[in-house]
Each structure stands twice: as structure tokens, then as C-alpha cells.
Write a protein that binds this ligand. Structure first.
Ligand code: IMP
Ligand code: MG
Length: 180
């Protein structure tokens, strides 16, 4: 894979999968008898969502939302726009938003407010990763896979300039090698 041997693995594949299994079991317990719609935020949450739903033992539907935030690739500007909206209304539904990572919290606080205005029965958030040291807007996080330090990570859906989403583990992005 594209220079993958140079990555420093932060969360190996086995640890990711074990934690996702636990989250799925917890969500299964919490949503018994509810009308769940799992909403993945494109594109980063796609790998996490597809593994997570296989461990949720409930009838559910899936939907996807495209967001773009403007500014530097590695810095969140807080200016968020919906580039692809949900395919179905969420009024009276129990919505579980699935995200790859919460960094400043600006993206999810925007999304949460937008969804709440559509009058679902409930909105909860499930994020694979959380970088609490970078919080600018506190959002209630109902399910968190791993809490990590404030360093840029790639893999398992997370990208740097659209690359590395296909790594099966989470890794630190190595410093750019000027000789490469
Ligand atoms: P927030 O609005 O600052 O919480 O940013 C969340 C979004 O920024 C995530 O959905 C990612 O797309 C991106 N992001 C934040 N930190 C990282 C990282 O370490 N690697 C890759 N993308 C990141
Ligand atoms: Mg994202």
C-alpha cells in the first residue's frame, strides 16, 4: 500500500474490531424496540459504519449525509455545508449519527442542531475517535470508540488529502519526508 510501511500504527486492526463489537452490543441493548436509523457522515465514517452495523442486532435503516467544511485540510474552519442530504425524513425516528472523529466539535454541533430542527424522536452520536484536547464546541458524545491525543491520524476511513482511507488500522501521519 502507498507507503503504508512508513506509518506508525496507533490503533491496530484487531483493537478496532474488538471495540466496534463492544459498541455494537451496547447500541443493541440501548435501542431495544426502537425505530433506529443509522446515519453515516461521508466519507470518513463509511468503514466504521459498515463494520458497526454488523454488530447491531436490531432492525435498522441506514442513510448517509455529505458535509464539507471549508479551510485548511488539517484544520476545521467551523463553516460547514450539507453537500448531500439524507434520502428520507427523520421526523419521529431514533437517529444515531456515526462519525469518524470529533476534533473541535464544530462539525457535529452544526449537524446536531440541523437534525434536532427536523424533529426526530432522538439524536445520539457515535464517534470512533475523539480528540478532547481540541474541543471548541462541546457536543454530547453518546458512544466513543477511542480517545486519542491531538495528532493527525489517517486510516480506517480517515484521510489526508483523500488518501489512506483504505488502511485497515489507525495510524499517525508521519512528518513529510523532504527526500521522498
Ligand atoms: P471537527 O469539526 O473539528 O470536529 O472536525 C471533524 C472532521 O475533521 C472529521 O470528520 C474529519 O473529517 C476531520 N479531521 C479531524 N481530525 C482529523 C484527523 O486527525 N485525521 C483526519 N481527519 C480529521
Ligand atoms: Mg468526517
Amino acid at each position: 500500500m502507498q507507503g503504508a510501511d512508513r506509518f506508525e500504527v496507533l490503533i491496530p486492526e484487531a483493537d478496532l474490531q474488538a471495540r466496534i463489537r463492544e459498541l455494537g452490543a451496547q447500541i443493541t441493548r440501548d435501542y431495544q424496540g426502537r425505530d433506529l436509523v443509522v446515519v453515516g457522515v461521508l466519507k470518513g465514517a463509511v468503514l466504521f459504519l459498515s463494520d458497526l452495523v454488523r454488530h447491531i442486532d436490531l432492525p435498522l435503516s441506514m442513510d448517509f449525509l455529505g458535509l464539507s467544511s471549508y479551510g485548511d485540510a488539517t484544520l476545521s474552519s467551523g463553516v460547514v455545508q450539507i453537500t448531500q442530504d439524507l434520502s428520507r425524513p427523520i421526523v419521529d425516528r431514533d437517529v444515531l449519527v456515526v462519525e469518524d472523529i470529533v476534533d473541535t466539535g464544530l462539525t457535529l454541533s452544526f449537524l446536531r442542531e440541523t437534525f434536532v430542527s427536523r424533529q426526530p424522536r432522538s439524536v445520539r452520536i457515535c464517534t470512533l475517535l475523539h480528540k478532547p484536547s481540541n474541543t471548541r464546541k462541546a457536543v454530547p458524545l453518546d458512544y466513543v470508540g477511542f480517545t486519542i491525543d491531538d495528532r493527525f491520524v489517517v486510516g480506517y476511513g480517515l484521510d489526508f488529502e483523500q488518501r489512506f482511507r483504505n488502511l485497515p488500522y489507525i495510524a499517525h501521519l508521519p512528518p513529510q519526508d523532504p527526500a521522498a
